[in-house]
Design a protein around this ligand. Sequence first.
Ligand SMILES: [Zn+2]
Length: 90
Amino acid sequence: MSFLLPCPHCGPRDVNEFDYAGEVTTRPSGTPDVRELAGYVYFRRNVAGVQREWWHHRFGCDTWFLAERDTRTNEVLRTDVPAARERARA
Ligand SMILES: [Zn+2]
């Protein structure tokens, strides 16, 4: 399967130039118990619809960025570089 993924720096590129690094997760707060940690490490929502994901432009500019992608159609609605990483590049 192939589709175009717009890198925030390079523009639309074939998805095979990128590494998929999974959906964005939320780290448990406070002092999580074993069950909460296991859920955080091993379980994903795996939605059929729009989800926020981490991607890496492996064969391009080497940027890690976030994308909102519809998992049913592979339509990419939005990509952006998290603010902290963007500042680090400057
Ligand atoms: Zn790029």
